[in-house]
Design a protein around this ligand. Structure first.
Ligand SMILES: [Ca+2]
Ligand SMILES: [Ca+2]
Length: 385
């Protein structure tokens, strides 16, 4: 077989986090047409890589992040001519469906969905593609009921018939549909939304747990089809009342540009626990987070907190050439941010109103000039609830 580069092993693309679910199977590479040569590769950081395959296109939905992300494009954007419908082959699931044009999936962390999309006279013989999504990332306090809404949308040109949706989780969890979870027919572009009540038993340890959302349906010709969305639910603990240091709280997720985020020290080098005292402009701080752009640390606040505050700046260990900006996000809203800061700036107070937010994220960007020397501190970072 032709060597499967550049698509699955070049340094260009390892930068996009291509780690196909289940590994790079030879049959998938054959289906992609790697033996044909003449590849056109147009990776787009946020959307898709495209490979020309004669009249068809292979579309890779990349997710380079550490959490599941919905990624959407269209057959036209993938370079296919206009048509009533297209055939979509899912190269990991080995299924073929029809789409009216939308190509969309929730892609697991560091995962890739590979599709082969083509104009195909037989499109109506394939079941419609459906997309399953969640309204929120499931975060549960053990013993307390949480709500979650799932949506199954028909992306096909034909209706999804006898659609029924199922959500399953670990043994002992209570999961009940609070609204209908079945529909006779879901036509093109419409959805079945179902609200679920989930409870993890009291005493469930914090951490990530698997849930599975399954949609079963039929094509108008009666062909059975199934779409499965694996989901990670997190069991979390409520933030403490009063003011606490964020470096003493567990985080839900953390990404960092150089090794792990450090608690109560500077970032140091790429190893864990090798930081120095947090120091900004000669001032030393006992508590806080030491990070390196690009960095993103997410905490659970459960709608119970009001304020995040910190003294922010470049750590003195990075020399004089770093530049970063700090952002505090409350759910999907940027609640506070700084201008681009350099090592010349003293520690700057940054405070965000996070009232009502389910999660907050502390984000450090590279200041627009790359991440070199960007050791940056959330000194004295506190949460008030
Ligand atoms: Ca380190
Ligand atoms: Ca920078």
């Amino acid at each position: 077989m032709t060597r499967p580069c550049p698509f699955l092993c070049s340094s260009t693309l390892t930068g996009y986090g291509v780690r196909p679910r289940g590994g790079a199977h030879a049959d998938v590479l054959v289906e992609l047409g790697f033996e044909a040569g003449g590849l056109l590769l147009q990776p787009d950081r946020d959307v898709a890589g495209l490979v020309a395959l004669g009249a068809g296109r292979a579309v890779a939905l990349f997710n380079e992040t550490g959490s599941a992300q919905r990624i959407t494009t269209t057959a036209r954007a993938a370079g296919l001519p206009g048509a009533d419908a297209y055939a979509v082959r899912d190269l990991w699931q080995h299924t073929t469906t029809n789409t009216a044009g939308t190509l969309s999936a929730t892609v697991p962390a560091h995962g890739t969905v590979l599709l082969r999309v083509s104009v195909d006279d037989k499109w109506a013989s394939y079941p419609p593609a459906v997309e399953a999504t969640l309204d929120v990332n499931p975060l549960l306090e053990a013993g307390r009921t949480a709500k979650l809404t799932t949506t199954v949308t028909d992306l096909g040109r034909t209706p999804a018939r006898d659609l029924s949706v199922k959500l399953t989780g670990p043994a002992g969890w209570r999961i009940k549909a609070a609204t209908p979870r079945a529909a006779k027919a879901v036509p093109t572009g419409t959805s079945l939304a179902t609200t679920w009540r989930l409870t993890a038993p009291a005493g469930t340890p914090t951490g990530a747990y698997p849930l599975t959302l399954t949609a079963d349906y039929r094509s108008p010709q009666g062909v059975a089809a199934r779409s499965v969305l694996p989901v990670r639910a997190h069991v979390v603990t409520a933030p403490p009342a009063g003011t606490s240091y964020l470096s003493d709280r567990p985080w839900l997720a953390a990404t960092n540009g150089w090794g792990p985020v450090e608690r109560d020290t500077s970032n140091g080098e790429s190893g864990a626990g090798d930081g120095r005292p947090l120091t900004i402009g000669g001032t030393v701080f006992a508590k806080g987070l030491g990070a390196h752009a690009q960095s993103d640390v997410e905490f659970y606040t459960g709608g119970a907190c009001t304020t995040v505050s910190a003294m922010v700046g470049l750590d003195d260990e990075s020399g004089t050439r770093g530049s970063v900006a700090f952002e505090i996000w409350a759910d999907g809203r940027k609640a506070a941010s700084t201008d681009v800061l350099t090592n010349a700036a003293p520690a700057q107070a940054l405070t965000a109103d996070v009232t009502g937010a389910r999660t907050v994220r502390l984000v450090i960007t590279d200041g627009g000039d790359g991440i070199d020397y960007d050791h940056a501190d959330w000194a004295d970072a506190k949460l008030s609830c």
